[in-house]
Design a protein around this ligand. Structure first.
Ligand code: NAP
Ligand code: 12T
Length: 341
């Protein structure tokens, strides 16, 4: 008999939470009772799951003893308060926020990269889902690191607005429509400047070293997930007027020389990666055309760095809400129920 599980989705009305419901459906996750949770503002509204309507409940009133798995994506302060309560009640939490990612007794997991570390969840009852930009970069870099040992990563990201939630998606759409109709935009709320037809070199808060927190998450999380504190990471994270799909220009330096041909071979057989790289117009992946609404991490523009003997360049694209958040969380839950629950 296959086991079935009671699953709470915290933040079920959000950009990530809604996608979690779709992915649980699409992958036929063995859900017995589903509990979609959100704030009191949304309590009583309905969401669809497998053709059935489910009433959203207020997170603050929910008894987590009713669920064995909790998928959290309602923001860091919500996770800080409710994830430990859920864990205490016996509900294992897969948390999408950055709140627990640096805690040594909370495993930080990308299934294709470090699934072996998942067992550590028993310490706190919490597993952290990494940052979207880190996840897609590491799925692409893992086979290269195993083969040639990456010493340093330079990366520039081009991140979609869906990473900052439903209100930012509306803001890009609204600004675009107004500007195309010759109207002035409303004062920006999701970002400090206009995002339509613009690029902002700023994601999350500024830190004392001049990097943003989004950039430093890529440094901290890469070292934890690859289990290598010596790896050097130098990121610049930018927001672009794209709805779904983060793109990354990734430049690596390896201990052993890696040819573009060998890298292509390694990437082509790595789970979760699709190589699209025919070195002709259109022979590469883009956010809208390939990545949005799909599960793969696409790798294109694989070439040897003409400025460094052991350098290699890649273009990496993936749907930030799926592999960068909801899909990765559901994959973690799948390993959890297969091996541990
Ligand atoms: P969103 O579209 O703004 O959705 C926020 C969700 O949180 C909504 O369902 C909202 O419910 C719920 N919520 C807000 N305040 C709440 C409260 N006090 N109690 C209960 N629920 C509350 O945001 P999103 O893009 O889905 O992202 C949500 C969170 O996921 C982010 O804050 C971030 O921490 C995390 N995230 C992680 C990644 C990643 O890289 N892995 C990517 C994106 C997001 P209402 O409808 O009731 O307001
Ligand atoms: N600020 O979960 O704005 O660390 O794109 C993910 C996405 C934080 C996170 C974004 C963010 C996270 C964003």
């Amino acid at each position: 008999m296959t086991k079935v599980f009671d699953v709470a989705v915290v933040g079920a009305t959000g950009a990530v939470g809604e996608t979690m419901l779709r992915i649980l459906e699409q992958r036929d996750f063995p859900v017995r009772n589903l509990y979609p949770l959100a704030s009191a503002r949304s309590a009583g509204k309905e969401v669809l799951f497998k053709g059935r309507k489910y009433r959203i409940e207020d997170l603050a009133e929910f008894d987590f003893a009713k669920a064995q798995i909790g998928l959290f994506s309602a923001g860091g302060s919500i996770s800080a308060e409710f994830a430990p309560k859920a864990a205490e009640a016996g509900c294992v939490v897969v948390d999408n926020t950055s709140h627990f990612r640096r805690e040594p007794d909370v495993p930080l997991i990308v299934p294709e990269v470090n699934a072996h570390a998942i067992g550590g969840y028993t310490q706190r009852g919490i597993i952290a889902n990494p940052n979207c930009s880190t996840i897609q970069m590491l799925v692409a870099l893992k086979p290269l690191h195993d083969a040639a040992h990456i010493e340093r990563i330079n990366v520039a990201t081009y991140q979609a607005v869906s990473g900052s939630g439903a209100s930012a998606i509306r803001e890009l759409a609204d600004q675009t429509a107004r500007l195309l109709n010759g109207k002035e935009i409303q004062p920006p709320e999701s970002y400090p400047k206009q995002i339509a037809f613009n690029v902002l070199p700023h994601i999350d808060v500024f830190l004392d070293n001049g990097y943003t927190k989004e950039e430093m998450k890529m440094v901290w999380e890469t070292r934890r997930i690859l289990e290598d504190d010596s790896i050097q990471v130098n990121p610049t994270a930018a927001r672009v007027p794209v709805f779904y799909g983060h793109s990354e220009a990734v430049h690596i330096e390896t201990r052993e020389k890696l040819t573009a041909a060998r890298a292509t071979e390694l990437l082509s057989s790595f789970p979760g990666v699709t190589v699209l790289d025919t070195r002709e117009p259109g022979g590469y992946a883009t956010a809208v055309t390939e990545a949005a609404d799909t599960d793969a991490v696409y790798v294109s523009r694989i070439r040897e760095d003409i400025s460094h003997p052991n350098g290699l360049d890649l273009w990496v694209v993936s749907d930030n809400v799926r592999k960068g958040a909801a899909l990765n969380s559901v994959q973690i839950a799948e390993i959890l129920i297969r091996d541990h629950l």
